[in-house]
Design a protein around this ligand. Structure first.
Ligand code: AR6
Length: 168
């Protein structure tokens, strides 16, 4: 059965098989959730990321999770809000491509942070609408995926916004 769960907390502590990193195109680490994931996973994660040749906005790449509980990390790059005129499409691509990659690795549980809503400046409300709509569409199109999608929200405002949006 597919399901969606909204949680408040630190994604590095997630019990999911896979966590998603809101990375930048270099995949060589940064601040925010990216910094937290690299710090918790250890230097082996950065070493593997160096072999990947970066990642374009909207695309996704997978690594092992190393010292994390999660077996895998999917690294995706959200849009810098307002920089391309294609914010909505590129943010949706992050969710779709991450889910496609997860499914192709047999992953059954995946935790997403609120991609692009920190350093990259995407307003929380529209970013949440896109995240929830895109994930619901993907799950509806993959009825036998048996996927649990966790929206891992770091702050109260994001958590409340996701809760409201998931109820719709
Ligand atoms: N667990 C869950 N969510 C978190 C955590 C955590 N440990 N830490 C932060 N968040 P951001 P972006 C939330 O800035 O906007 C990096 O430097 C945060 O509160 O991490 O996609 C990259 O290298 C916010 O809700 O990602 C890029 O350069 C959400 O995660 C750039 O930031 C996303 O905030 C990417 O910016």
């Amino acid at each position: 059965m597919n399901r969606i769960v909204t949680e408040r907390g630190d994604i590095t502590k997630s019990e999911c098989e896979c966590i998603v990193n809101a990375a930048n195109p270099t995949l060589l680490g940064g601040g925010g959730v990216d910094g937290a994931i690299h710090a918790a996973a250890g230097p082996e994660l950065l070493a593997e990321c160096r072999t990947l040749g970066g990642c374009r906005t909207g695309e996704a790449k997978i690594t092992k999770g190393y010292r994390l509980k999660a077996k895998y990390v999917i690294h995706t790059v959200g849009p810098v809000y307002g920089s391309t005129g294609r914010d909505e499409e590129l943010l949706a691509d992050c969710y779709t491509n991450s889910l496609d990659l997860a499914a192709s690795h047999g992953i059954r549980s995946i935790a997403f942070p609120a991609i692009s809503t920190g350093v990259y400046g995407y307003p929380v409300q529209p970013a949440t609408e896109i995240a929830v709509r895109t994930v619901k569409t993907w799950l509806a199109g993959h009825p036998s995926a048996d996927m649990t999608v966790v929206f891992c929200c770091f702050d109260d405002k994001t958590y409340r916004t996701y809760q409201e949006e998931c109820k719709r």
